[in-house]
Every structure is written in structure tokens, then in C-alpha cells.
Design a protein. Sequence first.
Length: 113
Amino acid sequence: MEIEDTLTGDVAVLRLSGRLWGETDTAKLYTAVTRLSENGRHHIILDLADVPLLNSSGLGALIAAFKSVRKAGGQLVLIHTTPRIQHLLQVTKLHSLLKNFATLDLAVNFLKT
């Protein structure tokens, strides 16, 4: 899995590509989120458009990232999730915890309110 980070105003966007699967991938995500948080970026958007699959380790990484950002006083949301990942979030009841938006603009506006 690869991670590209950009800023949209004071909101950090992490664009993930590849499977979020296993220890190496989950560690990459957690490290990226922690680094942003330590640098004062407490509103983070995870763009999952190019993540075709995730497993229980991937779900655990999303939850850990969410908790880490929330503990720092921020928010973490998702954008561009595939139908398969949306279904997985609903089946596991994580859709109520991990807010999901169709577009970057909607997510940024949510985080600014």
C-alpha cells in the first residue's frame, strides 16, 4: 500500500492506494496519521478510492487511526470508499463511527463545522 499526503487548507488528506491488508500496511497508515497529528494536523481525511480491499487488520487500522486523531482533539473521516468497503463498514456497524463522504469538498466542509 502507498500513501500520498496533501493539505487542503488546514485539513490533511491521505490518499491510500493498494490493499490495506496486514501488519506492514496498517503500520504505514498508523505512522502517517500519527506524524500528521504530532505536526498539529488534527483533521484528517482518508481517501480510499484506490483501496480495493481491506481485511480485519485494515479495519483495525482505521479504528486505531480514528481513536488516535480523536484523542488529539481532531476528527478523521473517509471519502471515496468503494461499494465493497461501504458494505463492510455497514456489516461491522463501523459506518456510524467512521463518517464517509462522496467528495472531498463535503468532507472538508464537515470538518470545518
